[in-house]
Ligand binder design. Structure first.
Ligand SMILES: [Zn+2]
Ligand SMILES: [Zn+2]
Length: 233
């Protein structure tokens, strides 16, 4: 299950590619990082904002998305020092902290671990801090591992040793809770469907009239079958 990247020419496992893309995730991240670095190097200052625009484009810290915001909101961001001005109608939102790794660092960690969760061995696409960020763990390559979404949620800011020791029990409890939640939701959904599928009074009248006519017009159904179909039985 390998594929060759048309940019770095390396043969890699399918997990290193996004869907049908011919370029590996690491190469894509390298490009994103170049773009990000060039955006970060530009800071035109608040006077560069053209106030004739009603809306300003806001670039997210890791360039994962853009958003249109009101001019006043944009000025507020820049004045507070949480964004820098990239062009007359674009501002770049600065990271609040170093918790989130840059796109390239993120992909380096995931690629090194073969997109395989460090904790459970399933496919993973998030990075997890070994020493939690809240305990002073840094967002650096040697403190990050690939993790699946579930394990990442479970570990949260627990220490690595504690999590490793209690992993099995925690995972079991997590899955049990999730199954219970799903069952509750399915039950609620069933109830909802039953309620909305009840026929209206007019529909009931139609069924009763139909029941008194010839059997061809009933579509070959008996009265009982028709009533059951309509949810009356
Ligand atoms: Zn590549
Ligand atoms: Zn996992």
């Amino acid at each position: 299950m390998n594929k060759i990247c048309v940019r770095c020419n390396q043969v890699k496992n399918f997990r290193h590619f996004l869907g049908e893309k011919q370029v590996c995730k690491l190469c894509i991240a390298t490009k994103t990082q170049e773009k990000l670095d060039s955006i970060r190097s530009v800071d035109l200052g608040i006077n560069a904002i053209d106030e004739s625009f009603d809306e300003i484009t806001l670039l997210s810290p890791t360039l994962r998305g853009t958003k249109k915001i009101m001019l006043s909101e944009a000025i507020d961001y820049v004045e507070k020092g949480s964004a820098q001005v990239h062009s007359s109608n674009t501002i770049y939102l600065l990271k609040k902290d170093d918790y989130q790794p840059d796109p390239l660092l993120r992909e380096i960690v995931l690629s090194k671990d073969d997109y395989t969760c460090h904790y459970c061995g399933n496919e993973g696409d998030t990075v997890d801090h070994i020493v939690p960020y809240s305990s002073g763990g840094e967002t650096k390559e040697d403190n990050l591992v690939c993790s699946c979404f579930d394990c990442n949620i479970l570990k949260s800011d627990l220490s690595y040793d504690y999590f490793k020791k209690n992993y099995k029990r925690m995972k079991w409890e997590y899955q049990r809770k999730r199954t219970a939640k799903e069952q509750r939701r399915n039950k609620a959904l069933k109830k909802h469907v039953r309620y909305y599928e009840k026929p209206t009074i007019d529909e009931i009248k139609d069924i009763k009239t139909l029941a008194n006519t010839s059997s061809e017009s009933k579509g070959g159904l008996t009265l009982e079958e028709m009533m059951r179909k309509a949810g009356l039985k």
